[in-house]
Design a protein around this ligand. Structure first.
Ligand code: ADP
Length: 552
């Protein structure tokens, strides 16, 4: 989602830059402000229902507020000039000079206070949070319109002694606020936030613009009877709601402005469904409808943005979770790799040392075999890495029919140096008549290595250190059982024995049994651990026969 980069400090920096390049930006913006302020002021005076000269819509304050909020306090002199021009032009006969100055000062103060509060409270010009909408409306209502209405009421009260001040102030406040809610959102969103319109949205915006202009022109042209025109005037609501949900805020605020301008102008000229009640009453009723329209559009737009932002946050959260998941899988994978490579690398080192010893003794005939083991070990390590990479890439290794002997012998070769070094006796019961099994050979070898190494650790240092590997044929398949004469597994550890990273060994990783169990299960079997009644632990699993096609 596009992050809004607007902030008052940014505008201040921008502002300083504008001033430093010769004040052109300041001058242009000031001229733009004065022209707009004056134009909407004149337009506002069209809607002056009585001889006291109180306009019923006064968008000029909204123009001032928008410019000061967007471009900073440097706009205030222009607000003063524009306000003075209007006061001088429209009220000069009635209001003495001192009061005129007071009116201008109160207007500038209202705009300055409103602009300051909006900037201070960091309202975003995209109005994409409910908070921004409430800020604009409440600051506009209380600070800007409040003070500007004071100025207006003051001016009017001076000319018309019979008009009660509070009543005048109230009328001025309504006029100011209505003008402000119509004009300020459109100006702030159009000037303050860049707009990007995808092709489809552009079309939708055009269609909505045409529909709204058509409907409001029809309603406020006076050609329809009030009974038809009044309900039709509400037809803009669903269109504004659609725009608020589907289009950028600029489109919504622009459409509201078009509706407001057409409706107010029509009613001001005595046309449309609100015109019958007399200008004062009719404009107030229309103002109420327009205020609801503004609220609907802005609130719906903010709500849909907040929902989109919440969805984006949820998506981001899920992505973060998935990334964390991948990282943890990667971590487990590298730990597994470290674990599974440990054995072949130890064996390589043992064979390399044996080769050195044989060389030193000149036993060339034995060197051949030791080098062969070295070569096989290196291949094994490379194959382990390859299979892990294939696993990480999501590939399923292929099962092959093999004789159990071909699974057991390479393991015995690999472990022989360590068994000898640790003086451990390994008894292997491997009948000649065993049927072939359908397995991924390297995976079964890894299971055997893990179980035998654990058994070696369990009997390490014991006097009668002995491990048994029994391979037998049953109806389900070929079973492999590793037993040892060690201390067995303490009962409290049995429940967590196969959990990843569950270890009770110094320097242990706690992955051997967890990996082994996954590999056994990938062959459709179960790895079972138990303590033997005669002492020591027993690990047992079954491999599928060649004819039985288990899905790894
Ligand atoms: P690691 O060997 O790195 O600790 P394993 O998953 O291979 O990880 O083993 C987990 C734990 O299971 C070991 O720390 C050990 O306490 C227990 N264990 C495994 N095999 C045996 C065995 N044959 N006898 C006794 N305890 C064992």
């Amino acid at each position: 989602m596009h992050m809004n980069t607007f902030s008052p400090s940014l505008t201040r920096r921008h502002w300083r830059r504008v001033v430093s390049i010769g004040g052109m930006g300041l001058l242009l913006r000031s001229l733009m402000l004065i022209t707009l302020y004056y134009a909407v002021g004149m337009w506002g005076f069209i809607f002056t229902p009585d001889a006291h000269g109180i306009p019923l819509v006064w968008p000029a304050t909204g123009v001032g507020l928008a410019f000061v909020f967007l471009y900073g306090y440097g706009m205030l002199p222009a607000v003063g000039v524009a306000s003075a021009l209007i006061t001088w032009q429209f009220t000069s006969e009635a209001v003495p000079l001192l009061e005129s100055v007071g009116i201008v000062a109160a207007t500038v103060a209202g705009v300055a206070l409103g602009g300051h509060m909006l900037r201070r409270l960091t309202m975003r010009p995209r109005l994409e949070r409910l908070r921004d909408v409430w800020l604009l409306l409440s600051v506009g209502a209380v600070a800007s319109s409040g003070l500007a209405a004071l100025a207006g009421a003051w001016g009017m009260a001076v000319g018309m002694d019979d008009l009660r001040f509070s009543q005048t102030w109230w009328l001025c406040w309504v006029a100011d606020l209505m003008g402000l809610v119509l004009v300020a959102p459109a100006l702030i969103t159009w000037l303050g936030a860049p707009m990007r319109l995808p092709g489809s949205v552009r079309l939708a915006a055009l269609a909505l613009g045409l529909a709204i202009t058509g409907i409001t022109t029809l309603v406020y042209s006076g050609i329809l009877p009030a009974m038809v025109a009044m309900p039709l005037s509400y037809a803009v609501f669903p269109l504004i709601m659609l725009a608020a949900v589907r289009c950028p805020i600029q489109i919504t605020s622009g459409l509201i402005l078009i509706t407001g301008a057409v409706a107010l102008s029509g009613t001001g000229w005595g046309l449309g469904p609100f015109a019958d009640m007399g200008l004062g009453e009719s404009l107030l009723s229309l103002n109420a409808q327009l205020a609801l329209l503004v609220l609907t559009g802005l609130v719906l737009n903010a709500l849909s943005h907040e929902r989109a932002a919440a969805e984006a946050r949820a998506r981001q959260y899920l992505e973060d979770l998935a990334r964390a998941g991948r990282l943890s899988t990667l971590g487990e994978l590298s730990s597994s790799l470290a674990h599974e490579l440990n054995q072949p690398l130890c064996a390589l080192s043992s064979y390399a040392q044996a080769c050195k010893r044989l060389l030193a003794r000149g036993k060339m005939e034995d060197l051949q075999e030791a080098l062969g083991q070295l070569d096989a070990g290196a291949h094994r390590a490379a194959e382990t890495v390859r299979q892990m990479r294939a696993f990480a890439a999501g590939q399923t290794p292929e099962q092959q029919p093999v004789s159990p002997r071909d699974l057991v012998y390479p393991v015995l070769e690999l472990l022989r140096p360590e068994l000898n070094r640790r003086h451990i006796r390994l008894e292997v019961d491997l009948p000649d008549t065993l049927p072939r099994v359908s397995v991924v050979p390297l995976q079964v070898e890894q299971i055997l290595i893990n179980l035998l190494r654990n058994a070696m650790d369990a009997v390490h240092g014991l006097r009668a250190a002995r491990i048994d590997l029994q391979v037998a044929s049953t109806r389900e398949g070929v079973t492999m059982t590793v037993t040892d004469t060690g201390p067995g597994i303490p009962p409290e550890r049995l429940a967590r024995l196969f959990d990843p990273f569950a270890t009770w060994k110094e320097g242990g990783l706690g992955l051997g049994l967890s990996i082994s169990r996954s590999l056994v299960e990938a062959h459709g079997g179960r790895l079972i651990a138990r303590n033997r009644p005669e002492g020591g632990a027993e690990f047992h699993f079954t491999l599928p026969l060649e004819t039985h096609h288990a899905n790894p």
